[in-house]
Design a protein around this ligand. Structure first.
Ligand code: C2E
Ligand code: CA
Ligand code: CA
Length: 381
């Protein structure tokens, strides 16, 4: 009804399916351009909808295309959809006008999505392991598993390039299972290399929101671990605040199930999402990961204050704290002195191959202590 209000009597409004709608403007003039109509639609959608006494907002991403260079309706819809896709990527309530260059980008994405789906089964994925260090002792207590794609033509592709794609296409579910299977194999060889008097390491694995929607996630992950002969307590699963936001109640149920199997849970990138203190109290977490943006900003008094606040929060809720992105010795020492539990970052080591990670465990030397007297020089680059 809102869409119909935004157009003239001769125009067409249709629902394509799901939450997608199409508006066909039958000719336009200098004053009533598609952009003007799009702005009118946005304006009308900015008003809340009253449902069951609740005010709901339904912002829209709008793509515009003109029929000037196309011969059929299908091509027109395809162009508008490509523009809408780009608009959506830019955030809420954006409008984009189609350009031929968008078509190329969509095609590229489609190729990449197909290749990625194949890559999971074709052995093109690899894991790197970044050491996590106990700041008080500089000893390795674990690793974060980070995925890479060894693309046959493009070389090493980083996860920021393909994880969002895998999430959008659903490939993340198969990819995520592969990551856990591979991480379990690594844990076994890491534990085999551990000195008898040392605590076995924990490996953390990232979970996407999309994986969290899988109905049997907890049981599925637990059976992967058990089949590999790895205790779920040797695995920490990292989730982000955005993962939890989608549906807090069902996320809570999944987290409780994961905890019941013995997995440890970490909240990744803490402070960058929409954290609310009331959630933090309810979530069965073990570790709070302080995002690297806070660590890189800690040289100012305000930045340090932020870190202090997060550390105190962790304390209040009985959580361990882990600072990500530690690149300097100053940051390491300061965080250690502020009683942050763990640290991770290029100062200690970049993400390593499995063999290198296992060698570090066998070595059992402190990591990242710059000039500390008597300490062995760091073996990591
Ligand atoms: P993240 O979970 O926040 O991972 C940390 C990222 O910071 C990694 O990038 C790591 O290489 C980088 N990093 C580590 N130390 C430092 C440092 O001292 N300084 C700076 N500037 N960066 C540092 P990477 O490996 O490119 O991963 C990027 C993101 O991709 C990850 O962010 C995570 O969200 C996602 N990701 C990686 N592997 C997986 C996976 O197996 N599954 C899922 N769902 N997501 C993954
Ligand atoms: Ca992570
Ligand atoms: Ca992170």
């Amino acid at each position: 009804r809102r869409l119909v209000q935004a157009v003239r009597p001769g125009d067409t409004v249709a629902r394509l399916g799901g939450d997608e709608f199409a508006v066909l403007l039958d000719g336009h003039n200098r004053y009533l351009t598609p952009s003007v109509v799009a702005e009118r639609i946005q304006e009308l959608l900015r008003q809340p909808m009253l449902v069951d006494g609740h005010e709901l907002f339904a912002p829209a991403s709008i793509g515009l295309a003109t029929g000037d260079n196309v011969d059929d309706a299908e091509a027109l819809l395809r162009d508008a959809d490509a523009a809408r896709y780009i608009a959506k990527g830019k955030g809420k309530s954006q409008v984009e006008v189609f350009s031929p260059e968008m078509h190329t980008r969509m095609k590229h994405r489609l190729t990449l999505a197909t290749e990625l789906r194949r890559a999971v089964g074709a052995g093109e994925l690899a894991l790197r392991y970044q050491p996590i260090v106990e700041l008080a002792t500089s000893r390795i207590v674990g690793f974060e598993a980070l995925v890479r794609w060894r693309h046959p033509d493009r070389g090493m592709v980083m996860p920021t390039e393909f994880i969002p794609l895998a999430e959008n296409t659903g490939t993340i579910v198969a990819l995520g299972r592969w990551v856990l299977i591979e991480a379990c194999a690594a844990i076994s060889s890491m534990h085999a290399a551990t000195q008898p008097d040392r605590r076995p390491v924990t490996v953390t694995v990232n979970l996407s929101a999309r994986q969290f929607q899988e109905p049997n996630l907890a049981a599925d992950l637990a059976s992967i671990a058990i089949e590999a002969g790895v205790q779920p307590s040797s695995i920490a699963l990292e989730l982000t605040e955005t993962t939890l936001m989608d549906d807090v109640e069902s996320a809570l149920a999944t987290m409780d199930a994961l905890k019941a199997y013995g997995f440890r849970l970490a909240l990744d990138d803490f402070g960058t999402g929409y954290s609310s203190l009331s959630y933090l109290k309810r979530l069965p977490l073990d570790i709070l990961k302080i995002d690297k943006s806070f660590v890189s900003g800690m040289s100012t008094p305000q930045g340090e204050g932020m870190i202090q606040t997060i550390l105190r929060l962790g304390d209040t809720f009985g959580l361990s704290t882990l600072a990500e992105g530690i690149e300097t010795d100053e940051a390491r020492v300061r965080l250690r002195d502020m009683h942050c539990t763990y640290g991770q970052g290029f100062l200690f080591a970049e993400p390593l191959r499995r063999k290198e990670a296992v060698a570090l465990i066998a070595d059992d030397a402190p990591l990242g202590e710059g000039v500390a007297s008597g300490a062995e020089p760091s073996t990591a680059r």
